[in-house]
Design a protein around this ligand. Structure first.
Ligand SMILES: Cc1ncc(COP(=O)(O)O)c(C=O)c1O
Length: 338
């Protein structure tokens, strides 16, 4: 089996997850009657500190439901130019919610508070209503970078002061929590809605959750039905999610340490590339090697899979199914890369 560093979504369910799935108590979640889904939603809401939560098939659907719930067609959403919700969801936001994204730079993963403030305050009668600010923590395209807590708090305060909602795409909020030592519920306190994935670093096979205030979630439930996301006896997969959330989050620190080793190997191989290994804070390494296609080919030939996430930008992602020997191999290959 190759060492698969393309994404942290490639993990396979553990034996404990498979046992839990086989024995899951289920009901029809369309009627709110699946006890395992209901339990998962409660556990998640408690972890992220929201009144209510909704189980959805994917992170993309969670983001789309947030857009449809917190905006109206014609509205503008302020977001970082390289966020998943903006460029990695196949243009879904404008189609599903009728919104336009007004993007601001997010090279470091964060949005600049002053530019968001300028955008919110530049509204005039001919401008579309800005109803939502969307952010991502950790921020995938910048290499899994973390928002500082004070920046999250300041942005949350700004959005609230302008009557604007804040959606947090926390697909990897767990990684941000472990790397910063700040619990998910504290990091998510700035947001109106928070979406988190179970199917990435936590290793569950399927599913994400959207948390938020009860009245927002009531509408989100309706939007999930509209998108065809009510999954009937979904307890079968939700059971694996419960196992994922019950496991100590600290395991993610191992993924972060492995990513740091890869970052060190990259900095050693291309010392003049301007790559700063200390900027790798979680489980994602993004860099711009001189010959990306040749590098991907060289890695694949040696048994390591990677991919580009933008032209010229190679991404390596660590996860539970990559062991130290796999990282050793990847580092050796990087050391001999063309
Ligand atoms: C930051 C971020 N948000 C959302 C998603 C979407 O998750 P899914 O693949 O479950 O639709 C991803 C997936 O890679 C992601 O990286």
């Amino acid at each position: 089996m190759p060492v698969d560093l393309r994404s942290d979504t490639v993990t396979r369910p553990t034996a404990e997850m498979r046992r839990a799935m086989a024995g899951a108590e289920v009901g029809d979640d369309h009627y709110g009657e699946d006890p395992t889904v209901n339990r998962l939603q409660e556990v998640f809401a408690d972890l992220v500190g929201t009144e209510d939560a909704l189980y959805v098939p994917s992170g993309t659907m969670g983001n789309q439901i947030a857009l449809r719930t917190l905006t109206r067609p014609g509205d503008t959403v302020v977001a970082g130019a390289r966020q998943h919700i903006v460029i990695y969801e196949d243009g879904a936001g404008p189609i599903n919610a009728g919104i336009t994204f007004l993007t601001t730079t997010d090279e470091t993963g964060q949005l600049d508070l002053a530019s968001v403030e300028g955008t919110l305050d530049s509204a005039s009668p001919s401008h579309a209503n800005v109803s939502l600010v969307a952010i991502e923590d950790t921020h995938m395209a910048s290499g899994g970078r973390i928002w500082p807590l004070d920046a999250l708090t300041a942005l949350g305060g700004l959005a609230a002061s302008r009557g604007c909602a804040l959606h947090l795409d926390g697909a990897r909020l767990w990684n941000a929590a472990v790397a910063s030592g700040i619990p998910p519920r504290v990091r998510a306190a700035c947001a109106t809605t928070v979406m988190c994935c179970l199917s990435k670093g936590l290793g569950a096979p399927v599913g994400s959750l959207l948390g938020g205030p009860a009245e927002v979630l009531e509408e989100a439930r309706r939007q999930r039905r509209r998108l065809g996301g009510a999954m009937r006896q979904a307890g079968v997969v939700a059971a694996a999610g419960l196992v994922a959330l019950a496991a100590p989050l600290d395991r993610l620190a191992e993924d972060h340490a492995k990513a740091a080793r890869l970052a060190g190997a990259i900095a050693d191989r291309w010392p003049d590339m301007g790559f700063e290994p200390e900027m790798v804070q979680t489980n994602i390494v993004v860099f711009e090697p001189p010959e990306p296609d040749r590098l991907l080919h060289h890695l694949a030939e040696g048994g390591v899979l990677a991919q580009t996430v933008a032209p010229g930008r190679v991404r390596l992602v660590t996860h539970a199914d990559v062991d130290d020997a796999g990282i050793d191999l990847a580092c050796r290959l990087i050391g001999k890369a063309p």
